[in-house]
Every structure is written in C-alpha cells, then in structure tokens.
Design a protein. Structure first.
Length: 99
C-alpha cells in the first residue's frame, strides 16, 4: 500500500505563484505535485506524516500576500489487478486571528 497525502490550501492571494507555494511546502517534506486554481491550491506530499504536520501547524503565512488555512485528504493506492482506490477526506477547522 502506498500512502500519499494531498493538502488543500485556501485563502491564496492571486499574486501567489506555484513556485512560492512549492518552496514554502518543501520545508515540510518532498512535494510530488502542486496545482493552483483561483485562490485555492492542492499540494501532494510524498509522506503522509509531512502532510499531517503541515495541517497541524496551519494556518500559514506563505508569503506577504497569503495567510492560508489547510485541510487534507489521504489517498490509499492498493496495487492490484483492478487498481482499487480508497479515498477518505478529513476537514479541520482552525480559528485564527489575522495579524
């Protein structure tokens, strides 16, 4: 079983680029994928523990323009002849005061 974790990031400023998000997230672990659409982003970490740490430490100030919150969903890929996939989604809510 291969476990990868994809983190959903909300609250991005329109000026925040994929490179900025990737550079910030790499401090938590190896990044497999990063995709921005509008003010949201998904980042796939190679290690589930890195994604959990990223969420646990949320909210984050990614750059001077973006103060973001994170939620996550973990995908379990089971190698089989049928390529079965089980996906679970968990949402965390954090209260924070913008400074």
């Amino acid at each position: 079983i291969t476990i990868m974790s994809t983190v959903a990031i909300t609250g991005l400023d329109s000026r925040t680029s994929v490179d900025i998000v990737e550079n910030f997230c790499q401090s938590y672990g190896r990044i497999l994928n990063c995709y921005i659409k509008s003010n949201q982003c998904t980042v796939t970490f190679a290690d589930k523990n890195n994604a959990e740490e990223f969420i646990r430490e949320s909210p984050h100030r990614i750059d001077s323009n973006s103060f973001v919150n994170a939620t996550w969903k973990t995908t379990f890929n089971r190698n089989s002849s049928h390529n079965q996939r089980l996906t679970t989604t968990t949402t965390t809510t954090n209260s924070y005061k913008k400074t």
